[in-house]
Design a protein around this ligand. Sequence first.
Ligand code: KDO
Length: 333
Amino acid sequence: MHPAFNLSRRTLMASAALSTTSFSTLAQTRTLLRISTPAVPDAWHAKMWTVFRNTLEKSAPGEFDVQINLNASLFKQGAEPAAMARGNLELASLSPADLAKLVPEFSVFTAGYMLRDPAHQQKVFNGPIGAELFKAVSRKMDVTVLSTCYLGTRQLNLREVRAVKTPADLKGIKLRMPGSKDWLFLGNALGATATPLAFGEVYLGLKTGTIDGQDNPLSSVRAAKFHEVTKQIVLTSHLVDSLFIAISNKAFNALTATQKQKVSTAAQAAAAYNNDNNLQEESQLVEYFKKEGLQVTTPDVAAFRKTVQTVYQNSDYAKVWPAGLVERINATQ
Ligand code: KDO
């Protein structure tokens, strides 16, 4: 073989090997960001993760491999913090109840009628109260909260029509709540008999009658199609609910300062997308559900508020809330 040919063949092979190497090295150097959420695809807080991914891809092209797992397909609802601690999951949207498990003072936000409205929620979590509590979350749970999402204001949603004015009217109602003690406490405080069930099982539970009702924001009721298997919505507005976009400290600390900034900005863009769309849709959903044939009724909200607040004040919860915290939340404008 002509030496020149041999050389060029070798060069060719070497360059082919090089290009394969650099290609796979590139794939390997992408930082893996796995996300797990129980949200259904049509929910704003599911779609927001695509905004997160797109924003990050734009600001840091090729640097991250963002994998979005909806419908609790990677980890079951409530299992995310443990998965993050074990290093099996990088990001999740955690509820106040998730945080309260390890940061007891956070249970103040699992209490009914604590936050007044979505604007109050954003002020509280984006201000000094949020900063203090998120510091405790980082210390005790090893996760960093990047932004606060408005999940919506939780309402009651019943299988059968019932006259509900006060908590006493919910006596005997088997009300599905997410499966942790803080959620169950809220369901019982509303006057119902709280029963735990994962979000993914609620539709069937309502359809078959193993539960009499559930509570969720109107946008979640629409996205998960619970209105197909229920006849009434009672506008108790008992919880202005939050989800916190959080990243494990292990994953966050492995990033450069610039990457940290870009991930935070993407999380804020995702929350803003969720919050804007959720608020806008929420304002139209009473009409939508009426058109779908549901009865939408307004109870004596003052009676619900009074009962629920009294139950919390007289419970062990109030004992773990730092002195003055409730007053500071109330004073936040
Ligand atoms: C629910 O299970 O009712 C709940 O609304 C609780 C939230 O904290 C959150 O987990 C949410 O479900 C899911 O994201 C599904 O919308």
